[in-house]
Design a protein around this ligand. Structure first.
Ligand SMILES: [Zn+2]
Length: 122
């Protein structure tokens, strides 16, 4: 059988879709909040407060783009699940450990490759 047969495909699919729904909800909230802050900021005349609000909306932008990346990863994980390549490290082609996938269902590489990449980024 295919690699995916080792996994609870339906269960993982449900978990991924739930997380994806949560993320898109969070993302909508953050975007709405950032818009409110910007709308507020234009009506505020105090410069110090204005600056604080600007950085707050920048924070929201950061969070929003992080959520978008997470959503992308989850969408990819779902696609791999359907293609039967889920749980295979994209770097070395080895199986990703089950506990890691449980903690991080969207993981695209094994712990070893992840650590190597993080070392390279530093
Ligand atoms: Zn690997």
């Amino acid at each position: 059988m295919t690699v995916a047969a080792k996994f609870d495909v339906a269960g993982i699919g449900t978990a991924l879709r739930q997380r994806l729904a949560e993320i898109s909800r969070e993302h909508r909230q953050i975007v709405a909040e950032a818009q409110l802050i910007r709308a507020d900021a234009t009506s505020v005349t105090d410069f110090a407060e204005d600056g604080a609000m600007a950085s707050e909306s920048e924070q929201d932008d950061l969070v929003a783009s992080r959520l978008m990346r997470q959503a992308d990863q989850l969408t990819e994980a779902l696609a791999r699940l359907e293609a039967g390549t889920y749980g295979v490290c994209q770097e070395c082609g080895e199986q990703i450990a089950a506990p890691r996938l449980k903690a991080m269902p969207h993981a695209t590489c094994c712990v070893g490759c992840q650590e190597r990449q993080e070392r390279l980024m530093r």
